[in-house]
Design a protein around this ligand. Structure first.
Ligand code: UD1
Ligand code: CA
Length: 450
C-alpha cells in the first residue's frame, strides 16, 4: 500500500488574497489539482488532503476519491500530518498543495524509497527561505529552518523541498515526539530527521535535478512565475511532439489538454481543461477552447468554445461562441457572430452570420440564414427547435420553440414561425408586401397644388 498525503492547510498570508492559496490557478487549473493529478499519475493507491484555512473553498476543488482531513489550527507541518493520523499506513509520501510542478516520476522515486524517511532535496541558486539540509560525512544529519539557521548553515545550497517519503510506523513515532521548541513555536515535520536518526532509523535524501519541481507559490508574483515555468514545460513538450506553435509567448495550454502532432496553434490561443485537438486542426489566432474537442482539419478562428464537440473539417468563427452542449458534425460551418448552445448540428449545416441556435437539432445540409434566432425561452421554460435535413431558413427568421420544421422545408425571410412546418412546404410567417403604385408621385403633386 502506498499513499500520498497533501498538505494544504496553510493560509498563504503572502498571497494577500482572501481565497485559500491552493485554489489559485495556473493555466486554468487550481494548484491543489496539479499535485493530486501528479500523485495519481505516479500510481499512488490513495490520496489524502489536509485542509484548514478556507476549507469549504478547497473542498469544492477536490475529486471525491480523495480523503479529506481538517487541521483546525495551523500549528505547523508536523501538526498538519498529525491531523491525518488514521490515514498513515504503509508507505506515505508527503506533498504540498502549493508546490504544483512536482513531476510524477519524482513522486514515483519517493514511493520506491525503502528508507524510514527520505527527504526530497534540490541544490538551488538561492536557498533563502528554505530549510537547509545539514550533512555529516555525506549523510543527512538534520534540517535547519532558514529562521533558525546559523550563518554557516545559511550558506548551504541543498534545500528541503518539504516533500518526503515515510514508512508510516516511523512517521507516527516521530509525530508523537516532535515539540514546538523553535523560533516560530510551530511543530516542524523537519524535526523527524533528528528523532528518527536517534532511534537508528534510516534517513536519506533524494535529490531532484530540476529545481522548478519543488518551487512553491507563496505570493502572486511567484504564482505568475510558476505559471510561466509550467507554460514553457507544456509548450516545449508539445513542440517536441510535432505541434506547431507560432507564438509560444501568447499561447497558453493547460496540463490536461491533448494536442495532436500536426495541429497548428496560432497566436493568442488558450486551450484549457480536457480539450483535445486533432491533427491538421488550426486553432487561433485568438481562440479559447475549454473542455472542447476539435476534429481533424477543422479551424477555430477568434472564437470561444466551452464544452463543445467540433467534428472534422468544420470551420468556426471569426467571432463565434460555442457554449456547453454544442455538437457539430463533420463539415459544419459556423460564422461570425453566431452563438450555439446545447444544440446538435448535423453534417454540413451552415449558420454563417448573426444567429442564435439554442436547444436545437438541425439536420444535415440545412442552411440557416443570417439573423435566424431560435426563441428557446419563453421566460419560464426552455423548448426545443427541430429542423430536418436540407431545409432552408430565410434570413431574419424567428423560430418560436417548441417548433418542428420538416426536411427540405423553406422558410421565407423575416418569418416568425410559431407552428410546425411540414416537410417540403414553404412557410411565410409575415405580412405579404404591398406596393402602392406611384404613391410618392401623387403626394408630390398634391403638395405642389397647395
Ligand atoms: C517548509 C519546511 C522547509 C522547506 C519548505 C519548502 C517545515 C518546518 N519547513 O517550510 O524546511 O524548505 O517547507 O517549501 O516543515 N501547512 C499546513 N498546516 C500548517 C502549516 C503548513 O497544512 O500548520 C502546509 C501549507 O499549506 C503548505 C505546506 O504545509 O502547503 C508548507 O507550509 P509552509 O508554512 O509554507 O512551510 P515553510 O515555512 O515554507
Ligand atoms: Ca512555503
Amino acid at each position: 500500500m502506498n499513499k500520498a498525503l497533501i498538505l494544504a492547510g496553510g493560509l498563504g498570508k503572502r498571497m494577500n488574497s482572501p481565497r485559500p492559496k491552493v485554489v489559485h490557478e495556473i493555466l486554468g487549473k487550481p494548484l491543489i489539482n496539479w499535485v493530486i493529478d501528479a500523485a495519481i499519475a505516479a500510481g499512488v493507491d490513495e490520496i489524502g488532503v489536509v485542509i484548514g484555512y478556507g476549507a469549504d473553498e478547497v473542498r469544492d476543488k477536490l475529486p471525491n476519491t480523495v480523503k479529506v482531513y481538517i487541521q483546525r489550527r495551523q500549528l505547523g507541518t508536523a501538526d498538519a500530518v498529525k491531523s491525518a493520523m488514521d490515514f498513515l499506513d504503509g508507505r506515505v509520501v508527503i506533498l504540498y498543495g502549493d508546490a504544483p510542478l512536482v513531476r510524477s516520476i519524482t513522486i514515483k522515486r519517493l514511493i520506491d524509497s525503502e528508507s524510514d524517511m527520505s527527504v526530497l532535496t534540490s541544490n538551488v541558486k538561492t536557498p533563502k527561505g528554505y530549510g537547509r539540509i545539514v550533512k555529516e560525512k555525506g549523510k543527512i544529519s538534520e534540517i535547519v529552518e532558514d529562521c533558525d539557521a546559523s550563518d554557516e548553515e545559511l550558506k548551504i545550497r541543498e534545500i528541503n523541498s518539504g516533500m518526503y517519503s515515510f514508512e508510516s510506523d516511523a512517521l507516527k513515532y516521530a509525530l508523537l515526539n516532535i515539540k514546538a521548541n523553535n523560533k516560530k513555536g510551530e511543530y516542524y515535520l523537519t524535526d523527524a530527521v533528528n528523532i528518527l536518526l536517534k532511534n537508528r532509523k534510516t534517513v536519506d535524501t533524494i535529490e531532484v535535478e530540476d529545481e522548478t519541481e519543488i518551487l512553491g507559490a507563496n505570493s502572486q508574483k511567484e504564482l505568475a512565475d510558476l505559471s510561466q515555468i509550467a507554460q514553457k514545460r507544456i509548450l516545449d513538450g508539445l513542440m517536441n511532439d510535432g505541434v506547431t506553435i507560432e507564438d509560444p509567448s501568447s499561447t497558453f495550454i493547460g496540463p490536461d489538454a491533448q494536442i495532436a502532432a500536426g495541429a497548428i496553434l496560432k497566436p493568442f490561443t488558450f486551450i484549457y481543461g480536457k480539450s483535445k485537438v486533432a491533427f491538421n486542426a488550426i486553432i487561433g489566432p485568438q481562440a479559447t477552447l475549454k473542455n472542447t474537442y476539435v476534429g481533424e482539419k477543422s479551424a477555430v478562428l477568434r472564437s470561444d468554445c466551452d464544452d463543445a464537440i467540433i467534428g472534422k473539417e468544420c470551420s468556426v468563427g471569426p467571432f463565434s461562441r460555442l457554449r456547453p452542449g454544442t455538437r457539430l458534425e463533420n463539415g459544419v460551418k459556423i460564422g461570425n457572430f453566431v452563438e450555439v448552445k446545447n444544440s446538435h448540428l448535423f453534417r454540413k449545416v451552415k449558420a454563417q452570420h448573426l444567429t442564435y441556435l439554442g436547444d436545437a437539432n438541425i439536420g444535415e445540409e440545412t442552411n440557416v440564414g443570417a439573423g435566424t434566432i431560435t426563441c428557446n425561452y419563453d421566460g419560464v421554460k426552455k423548448s426545443k427547435t427541430l429542423i430536418g435535413k436540407h431545409a432552408f431558413i430565410g434570413s431574419n427568421s424567428a423560430l418560436v420553440a417548441p417548433v418542428e420544421i420538416g426536411e427540405r422545408a423553406l422558410i421565407a425571410a423575416g418569418s416568425v414561425i410559431t407552428e410546425n412546418v411540414p416537410a417540403y412546404a414553404l412557410a411565410f410567417g409575415r405580412a405579404r408586401q404591398k406596393n402602392k403604385k406611384e404613391w410618392v408621385l401623387k403626394k408630390m403633386e398634391e403638395s405642389h397644388e397647395e
